[in-house]
Design a protein around this ligand. Structure first.
Ligand code: ATR
Length: 270
């Protein structure tokens, strides 16, 4: 039986073991997937011990995605571009680092009513989570993608780094309001304290949607903001989580599980 794990700090609330266990059952794969708490100062030692014990792959979550990037012996192009790794695979050449977060986001966005091609997208935040999804979002061909961040300089720097991939710009939150958008995606960490970034009214074009990369058992602060602003649709990031896990599962097991029944099983009943 093959062993896999998600590694993070904290890790107690991770839904990944449940997701991968449902994938394994659905596809008939003989594997075990568990949650491992790594000490904040010993991610690499934890990985090494698990590799020595025969583990075949790891999901990597907060706060270790950058360390996983540094630790990997080989990297996929998308992980290199993201500057972060969320999926490690034990291979004959050592640890391969990949990043499936952006694909996960795009796969879930494609289930929503707003088409990505030709749309005006506002992306909030300029940290690791946002860097990880920029390339796959730009690959969908939006009319424009504007990054707005509390610290304007970080958004501007990100926009410069990705300018070769599409029409991307960056600026501060305070400079918003001149324009409206078809889709607003929250990639800030403000939701961790149940807050939204300070946003002006009038950002949503008719029919626009709001997507929060965070998820919760109750509506997140950004989902509540979108509803209050009259968004045509709002969605939290549970679907992104399940889709990025499905990509990792496919890398490890060569079989892509169906995600809809797993999302249905995880969605809290209201
Ligand atoms: P992650 O890996 O989750 O992206 P990060 O790299 O620390 O974490 O980035 C956190 C992001 O959330 C940043 O864009 C941060 O803004 P700054 O760059 O100005 O620090 C943003 N953020 C965190 N708390 C916020 C808040 N209360 N309001 C607005 N933005 C916030």
């Amino acid at each position: 039986m093959d062993h896999y794990a998600v590694i993070g700090h904290p890790i107690g609330h991770s839904k990944s073991p449940q997701i991968h266990t449902l994938f394994a059952r659905q596809t008939g794969q003989d594997m075990v997937y568990e949650a491992v708490l790594a000490p904040e100062d010993d991610f690499s030692g934890t990985v090494r011990r698990l590799v020595d014990a025969g583990y075949r792959g790891f999901s990597v979550t907060v706060p270790f995605k950058h360390e996983a990037f540094e630790l990997a012996d080989t990297l996929t192009d998308r992980a290199r571009r993201a500057g972060a790794v969320n999926t490690l695979t034990v291979t004959a050449d050592g640890l391969n680092g990949d990043n499936t977060d952006g694909l996960g986001l795009v796969a879930d966005l494609k289930r929503q009513p707003t088409p990505l091609a030709g749309s005006r997208i506002l992306l909030l935040g300029a940290g690791g989570a946002v860097r990880g999804v920029l390339a796959p979002l730009l690959a969908e061909g939006p009319a424009r993608l504007h990054i707005a961040n509390r610290t304007a300089a970080k958004a501007q720097a990100l926009a410069r780094d990705f300018a070769d991939l599409g029409p991307v710009s960056g600026g501060g939150l305070g400079a918003l309001a001149v324009e409206s958008y078809d889709l607003i995606i929250n990639g800030t960490a403000a939701g961790l304290s149940d807050e939204t970034p300070p946003l002006p009214a009038g950002l949503l074009a008719p029919g626009a949607g709001c997507y929060d990369m965070m998820y919760g058992d109750t509506p997140t602060a950004f989902v509540r903001w979108g509803n209050a602003q009259g968004a045509a649709w709002t969605r939290d990031g549970l679907g992104m989580l399940v889709e990025q896990a499905a990509e990792a599962f496919a890398i490890w097991r060569g079989q892509r599980p169906r995600t809809a029944p797993v999302m249905e099983a995880l969605r809290p009943r209201s």
